[in-house]
Design a protein around this ligand. Structure first.
Ligand SMILES: C[S@@+](CC[C@H](N)C(=O)[O-])C[C@H]1O[C@@H](n2cnc3c(N)ncnc32)[C@H](O)[C@@H]1O
Length: 237
């Protein structure tokens, strides 16, 4: 695992297999920009409204038949790790949960959007993978105690920091929390400066922290536009 890092240099584009060109590039840019705007809108909504908005988003995304490419940072963080029990918070269509299941992890994922969960289940079945995908609101989810070896919070924001105590309790000793998301400078719902550090320092050992500018994730990036993002890895001792 790379060391502790705080930088504003572009860390994310090198070797990114998701770069697109021409009309497809433009279409992807428009979809990504719309998703960033939509996510901000949803953050201000009550859960039933948020569910409906995300359901509409995922129904539209399914029609576009975009590939289920996992988050590169999470993929790197689990490389060579012995699989165990994992929780994927706000799993969406399950791109990360499926990547973990493929690597032998026993994955539970939840999302407020039943449309996203149906899509995740359909993908799992198509690929012959087992994922425990459940429709749940993170504000009511039973995180449990000493339950997971890995918790992933990828492009979910308040869902991570509002539940920092729950997440730490849910991790087993030696378990790891992996987070990547937008910085507040890039999106109104994103992490404030050092927000993840404030939420977890003293509760988890910080293994990695990055505050940088780039395009770290093919699904949630706006092609051609570098955005400030945050990454965090913490371990429960
Ligand atoms: C930007 S998407 C990220 C999805 C997925 N983690 C990924 O990386 O592709 C944010 C997700 O959080 C989910 N979400 C938003 N609020 C939630 C809540 N209160 N409880 C559970 N899921 C929620 C949305 O439905 C959406 O799927």
């Amino acid at each position: 695992m790379a060391g502790f890092q705080v930088t504003t240099e572009d860390q994310g584009t090198s070797g990114n297999p998701l770069t697109l060109t021409g009309g497809k590039h433009m279409r992807k840019a428009l979809i990504a920009a719309a998703l960033v705007w939509l996510y901000g809108l949803v953050q201000a909504q009550s859960p039933p409204d948020a569910r409906k908005t995300w359901n509409d988003t995922y129904a539209a995304l399914a029609a576009k038949n975009e590939p289920f490419l996992p988050n590169p940072f999470l993929t790197k963080m689990v490389e060579g790790k012995k699989p165990g029990k994992a929780l994927d918070i706000g799993m969406g269509q399950g791109r990360n949960a499926l990547m973990l299941a493929e690597r032998g992890w026993d994955v539970t994922g939840f999302d407020i959007s039943d449309v996203a969960i149906d899509q995740a289940k359909a993908q799992a079945q198509k690929r012959g993978l087992k994922v425990n995908a459940v429709v749940a609101d993170g504000n009511r989810f039973d995180y449990g105690t000493d339950r997971y070896d890995l918790i992933a919070g990828i492009y979910v924001h308040g869902e991570v920091t509002d539940h920092s105590q729950d997440l730490v309790r849910a991790l087993k000793r030696g378990g790891m929390l992996v987070v990547e998301g937008s910085h507040r400078e890039a999106a109104p719902f994103g992490y404030e400066p050092n927000e993840l550090l404030r939420a977890f320092v003293g509760r988890l050992t910080v293994m990695y922290y990055e505050d940088a500018i780039g395009q770290p994730d093919g699904t949630w990036k706006v092609p051609g536009k570098d955005l400030r993002f945050v990454r965090f890895v913490g371990r429960k001792e």
